[in-house]
Design a protein around this ligand. Structure first.
Ligand code: BEZ
Length: 212
């Protein structure tokens, strides 16, 4: 059955460019994003991995580890990394899993046979420190992902966990947030949202971003 939000992220052990990885152990007490690339030495993937590497300090700030997977083997990835670093002017600073046996791709349903029955689509799984899948994004091979959007999703998930707010349409860091509907007690609201709130409707309460 397909992985759904709230499920435990499947655990696995697989070789990577940073050695053998036991996935849950590797995540430890951090967040993680696991993202797939259809194949090594392909153009869109090359640009994505370069951008991901340059954004790693932003993921680090959010206590989120990054790990990519591509269905080729680790020696192939190692050769490809040279091209990524040369063309994207970055140095690769997170592991790429080898997956020639399609173990990870199968566990995470990354191969969509009606799109292509051997290569993966572009999947992203957001996994929290309890190893729960908290969000998923899926793009076709021809569409490069927006890694700034991945940071935005991570910020939203962490705001919900830490401050009981949700993020409205087109939200970006610093914008007002939405108080989650489950909070209705005015005393609790005063404590949790000392900057105040505006109730546009009883169910639509906006508050300044709590951690800004
Ligand atoms: C790419 O990464 O450029 C790519 C991979 C597979 C199909 C299409 C594009």
């Amino acid at each position: 059955m397909a992985i759904q939000i709230g499920d435990e992220a499947p655990d696995f052990e697989q070789e990577s460019t940073a050695g053998r990885i036991k996935f849950h152990e590797w995540i430890g007490d951090q967040w993680a994003i696991l993202f797939s690339h259809p194949k090594d030495f392909t153009p869109v993937c090359t640009t994505e991995l370069g951008r991901a590497a340059s954004l790693k300090p932003e993921f680090d700030k959010r206590h989120c580890k990054m790990i990519a997977v591509s269905v080729d083997d680790v020696p192939s990835h190692t050769g490809w990394i040279g091209d990524i670093e040369e063309t994207q002017k970055t140095s690769m600073n997170f592991p790429i899993l080898g997956d020639p046996d399609r173990k990870v791709a199968s566990l995470y349903g990354m191969i969509h046979p009606n799109a292509n029955n051997t290569l993966t689509v572009r999947s992203v799984f957001f996994i929290d420190p309890k190893k729960k899948v908290r969000a998923m994004i899926t793009y076709p091979a021809s569409t490069g992902r927006n890694f700034t959007e991945l940071l935005r999703v991570l910020d939203s998930l962490q705001l919900t966990d830490n401050h009981q707010v949700a993020t409205p349409v087109d939200w970006k860091d610093g914008d007002d947030c939405v108080i989650v509907p489950s909070i209705t007690d005015p005393e609790e609201m005063k404590k949790k949202f000392p900057k105040g709130w505006k109730a546009l409707k009883p169910y639509l309460r906006m508050t300044p971003q709590p951690n800004r």
